[in-house]
Design a binder for this molecule. Structure first.
Ligand code: NAD
Length: 298
């Protein structure tokens, strides 16, 4: 049995920690949101009132936070992770953050003699609940076996992407592909319906044809096709639009810094910006389907 500290018990952190508890581990959690804490407590997480409290006797310290700024804020300062970590703890960040934040946390940890691995995930809240997330790891080779061991109860597949920051680099590229695929599913589904195809029949055809993708299989933005898709739940977020916008923005920033042109990602960002401007940033990102229709209805 291992002891985990877990900072960030939201849509992903909640079910991920429930799987750790179910596998017999002790999890001490910390989150600013009372609702998130209450839900995690139901899953067996022991809630702490501080980061230091959550880190007491921890073997592994995970962060699962919205953005790079949140990761900075929980690592830095007297009440933060760096100030309370010991050399025998393994620090892992599973949030999707910018390359610079990941490099900064790697460098700051190494300077203090602490061990850090970037360990972002893919698979959505359904993968988090099922314990089948794909983890992509970046860090020093000697840390990878230990990291994989802590991750095992939450993961269907763990792949070492490379050295420090390479996990998050893989994640940013992967999510850029996901959101471009989501645009394809949104546009294909609406055009199919407008041309008179039965939505279920078209989805079946795409599922065995070259239009198939993870987004098409999991997030298809038409009600009545996939039970767990947000389209069946008034587009309540399984993946918030503002977080999707953040992820595409991370890819575009990386494109700019490397000189790689990303026209499809640029278009995806426009779709998400439209929703955010309409005050729908907290709704599911598959709601991009809304702005494809002449009357903006879904
Ligand atoms: P979320 O907003 O549901 O959860 C984040 C949690 O962090 C919230 O409960 C919030 O209260 C907490 N938090 C914020 N600042 C904090 C602080 N300073 N101290 C303690 N807690 C703090 O987000 P999520 O959907 O769980 O996503 C988390 C990360 O995982 C994001 O980076 C996201 O891009 C990534 N991700 C999400 C999905 C998905 O499908 N939702 C899939 C893969 C990766």
């Amino acid at each position: 049995m291992s002891t985990y500290a877990w900072i960030g018990l939201g849509n992903m952190g909640g079910p991920m920690t429930a799987n750790l508890v179910a596998a017999g581990h002790q999890v001490r959690g910390y989150d600013l949101d009372e609702g998130a804490c209450a839900a995690a407590a139901e899953g067996g997480v022991q809630i702490s009132g501080s980061i230091a409290g959550a880190m007491e006797h921890a073997d592994a310290v995970f962060t699962m936070l919205p953005k790079g700024a949140h990761v900075h804020s929980v690592y830095e300062g007297e009440a933060g992770i760096w100030a309370n970590a010991t050399k025998d703890m393994l620090l892992l960040d599973s949030s999707t953050v910018d390359i610079e934040t990941s490099r900064y946390i790697h460098a700051g940890s190494a300077q203090r003699g602490l061990h850090f691995v970037d360990a972002p995930v893919s698979g959505g809240i359904s993968g988090a609940a099922a314990g089948t997330l794909a983890f992509m790891l970046g860090g020093e080779p000697e840390l990878m076996d230990r990291a994989s061991g802590f991750i095992a109860p939450m993961s269907g597949k763990t792949i070492v992407a490379g050295g420090p920051g390479m996990g998050i680099a893989a994640k940013i590229c992967n999510n850029m592909m996901l959101f471009i695929d989501l645009m394809a599913s949104a546009e294909g589904s609406q055009l199919a319906e407008a041309l008179g195809l039965d939505p279920e029949v078209f989805w079946q055809i795409a599922s065995v044809s070259s239009g198939r993708s993870w987004a098409q299989q999991t997030w298809y933005p038409v009600p009545g096709i996939i039970d767990t898709a947000a389209a069946n739940n008034n587009f309540e977020a399984t993946f918030r639009t503002d977080l999707a916008r953040k992820d595409v923005g991370l890819a575009l920033d990386a494109g700019e810094s490397t000189g790689v042109r990303l026209p499809a990602a640029t278009l995806a960002r426009e779709h998400f910006d439209e929703l955010i401007e309409q005050g729908l940033g907290d709704k599911d990102c598959s709601l991009i389907v809304k702005n494809l229709l002449p009357d903006g209805a879904v």
